[in-house]
Design a binder for this molecule. Structure first.
Ligand SMILES: Cc1cc2nc3c(=O)[nH]c(=O)nc-3n(C[C@H](O)[C@H](O)[C@H](O)COP(=O)(O)OP(=O)(O)OC[C@H]3O[C@@H](n4cnc5c(N)ncnc54)[C@H](O)[C@@H]3O)c2cc1C
Length: 445
C-alpha cells in the first residue's frame, strides 16, 4: 500500500515552509495535527540561491517573516532567529527594517532545519491524480521522482498544497546556454569561472533583478563595459510608501477577492509599481550616481541602451552576440559580450502540468482560469473528494501579494484552517473546540 499523509506539499520554498510551521502550531497535544510530507526537487533547502547577491536587500520588512502576522508568539519568527544566533541587539542597533537577502536565507534555512523529518529533498512531483476507488486511504495520489533513484514513488493524500514558485521568463526565441543566462541561474554561472578580465557584459531588463545585476557586474568585473538594455527610458522607482504598501496587507486580499472587476483592475493599474518592473530607491540612485561619476572620470563603464529591446542573441566561441533594437529609431546595434543575463522576470506559478490528470474535475472561470475559493482551495466538481490548494499563481483572484512573502504567514493559517474545517475561527485557535462549543470538524475532509 502507498504511504499516506493528510497533506502532501509540492515544493518547499518559503510558502510551504510557512505552512509547515502553521501545521506544527495547530493547538492541541500533537495527535490532533494532520500528518504532512513535503517534496522539494532541489537537493537541499534554497531560496533563489542564484540571486543571493552580497548586498541585495529584502523587499519586505523583517516582521513579514514566515509566521509573525499569524502568530507573533511563534518560536520561528525572524526575531527568534536573531535571538538564537546572538544578533538581536545589533540588528536593532542597525535600525534597518530590511535585512539582506543572505541573512533572510539563513533565517529560512534555520526554520527549515527544524522540520527535516517531513521533507524529502531531491524529489520532484510529476503528477497529481485521483486515487483509485479500491478502498486505499486518501482521495489523491502524488507521483514523485527522486534524483538519486530510478522509477517513481506514489504517496496518497487527502490534500495537496502546490507551491512550486515563479517560472523564469525570457523574450520569445531566446535560447539559454553557456553564455546566455536567466537571472535565476546567475551566481552559479558567474562563479563557475573568473570574469575579472571580461571586456563587455550585458544585462537585459528594467526591474529590480536587472538593476541588481547591473550593479553586481560593475563591482565584480575590473574594467568591463556593462551594457544595460532597458525597454523604458530609465529605471522606475518601487513605491513602498505607506498608503501603497497597504495593498500587501491581509485586508487587501479580502478587498481584492470580493471586489468588483473594476476594483481589481484598479489594483493593477495604480499599484503594479509596488512590485513589478520597478527598482528600489537606494539602488536606483546608486546606479545613477555611478553613471554620473563615470562620465566625470571618463570611465563610462555603464552603457544604458534605453527604450531598447533585445531582438536577437546567439552564442559565439567565446561569448555571445546580441542585437539591440532601439524603439525610437528602429536602428539595430550589435554587441559582442562575454555573457548576457536576462533579468526579465518571471511568469506566475503554473500548476497546469501537475494537474493534467485531475483537470476534468476542476472548475474554471469564463477566462479559462481555475476557480479558487478565498482560502486558496481549487473548486471542483461534485463528488471529487480531495482538497487541492494553491500558494501562488492566484494573482487574478487574490491580488498582488499572491507570489510574495508579505501574506504567507496569514495565508498558511487560512489553508490549515480550511483543511481542518475551521476556516471561520481565524487564528490562533485557543482551544480544541470550535467557537460555538461543538467538537471540531473532522481533521481532514
Ligand atoms: C530574486 C528574488 C527575490 C525576491 N525577493 C522577494 C522579497 O524580498 N520579498 C517578497 O515578498 N518576494 C520576493 N520575491 C518573490 C518570491 O516569489 C517569493 O520570495 C518566494 O520565493 C515565494 O515562495 P514560494 O515558496 O511560493 O516559491 P519558491 O521560493 O519559488 O519555492 C518553490 C519551490 O518549489 C520547488 N519545486 C518546483 N516544482 C517542483 C516540483 N514539481 N516538485 C518538487 N519541488 C518543486 C522549487 O525547487 C522551489 O524550491 C523574490 C523573488 C526573486 C526571484
Amino acid at each position: 500500500m502507498n504511504e499516506y499523509r493528510d497533506i502532501v506539499g509540492v515544493g518547499f520554498g518559503p510558502a510551504n515552509l510557512a505552512l509547515t510551521v502553521a501545521l506544527d502550531e495547530v493547538p492541541g497535544n500533537g495527535t490532533d495535527r494532520p500528518s504532512a510530507l513535503f517534496f522539494e526537487r532541489q537537493p537541499e533547502f534554497g531560496w533563489h540561491r542564484n540571486m543571493l547577491l552580497p548586498s541585495a536587500k529584502m523587499q519586505v520588512a523583517f516582521v513579514k517573516d514566515l509566521v509573525t502576522f499569524r502568530n507573533p508568539g511563534s518560536a520561528y519568527t525572524f526575531v527568534s532567529y536573531l535571538h538564537h544566533v546572538g544578533r538581536l541587539a545589533r540588528f536593532v542597533n542597525n535600525q534597518d527594517f530590511f535585512p539582506t537577502r543572505l541573512e533572510f536565507h539563513d533565517y529560512l534555512e534555520w526554520v527549515a532545519s527544524h522540520f527535516t523529518d517531513r521533507i524529502r529533498y531531491g524529489a520532484e512531483v510529476r503528477a497529481i491524480r485521483p486515487a483509485p476507488a479500491d478502498g486505499s486511504p486518501g482521495s489523491l495520489e502524488v507521483a514523485v521522482r527522486y534524483r538519486d533513484r530510478p522509477g517513481s514513488q506514489v504517496v496518497s493524500a487527502d490534500n495537496v498544497v502546490i507551491s512550486t514558485g515563479l517560472v523564469p521568463r525570457v523574450p520569445d526565441g531566446t535560447v539559454l546556454g553557456e553564455r546566455v543566462w536567466h537571472s535565476s541561474q546567475f551566481l552559479g554561472r558567474f562563479r563557475a569561472r573568473d570574469w575579472s578580465g571580461a571586456r563587455r557584459v550585458a544585462v537585459v531588463g528594467a526591474g529590480q533583478s536587472a538593476a541588481e545585476l547591473t550593479a553586481f557586474c560593475y563591482d565584480n568585473t575590473t574594467n568591463a563595459e556593462i551594457i544595460s538594455v532597458v525597454p523604458s527610458y530609465g529605471y522606475s522607482i518601487a513605491d513602498d510608501t505607506p498608503f501603497a504598501n497597504e495593498v500587501f496587507d491581509g485586508q487587501a486580499v479580502d478587498d481584492y477577492y470580493f471586489g468588483t472587476k473594476e476594483s481589481q483592475d484598479a489594483y493593477w493599474r495604480y499599484h503594479r509599481n509596488t512590485n513589478y518592473s520597478v527598482v528600489d530607491d537606494d539602488l536606483l540612485r546608486e546606479l545613477y550616481r555611478r553613471s554620473y561619476d563615470d562620465e566625470f572620470t571618463g570611465a563610462r563603464r555603464l552603457n544604458f541602451q534605453r527604450l531598447s529591446r533585445i531582438d536577437g542573441v546567439e552564442e559565439t566561441a567565446d561569448g555571445a552576440r546580441i542585437s539591440v533594437r532601439s524603439l525610437s529609431t528602429g536602428q539595430r546595434n550589435h554587441f559582442d559580450v562575454d555573457f548576457v543575463v536576462f533579468g526579465t522576470g518571471y511568469h506566475p506559478m503554473d500548476p497546469g502540468p501537475l494537474l493534467a490528470e485531475v483537470d476534468q474535475y476542476l472548475l474554471r472561470d469564463e477566462n479559462g482560469r481555475y476557480r479558487v475559493d478565498r482560502h486558496h482551495r481549487l473548486l471542483t466538481r461534485d463528488g471529487f473528494g480531495g482538497g487541492i490548494y494553491l500558494q501562488g499563481g492566484t494573482e487574478q483572484t487574490h491580488g498582488l501579494s499572491a507570489s510574495l512573502l508579505s501574506n504567507m504567514a496569514v495565508r498558511s493559517g487560512e489553508i490549515v484552517g480550511s483543511i481542518l474545517g475551521r476556516a471561520k475561527d481565524g487564528w490562533p485557535w485557543t482551544d480544541s473546540r470550535a467557537a460555538d462549543g461543538s467538537e471540531p470538524a473532522a481533521a481532514v475532509s
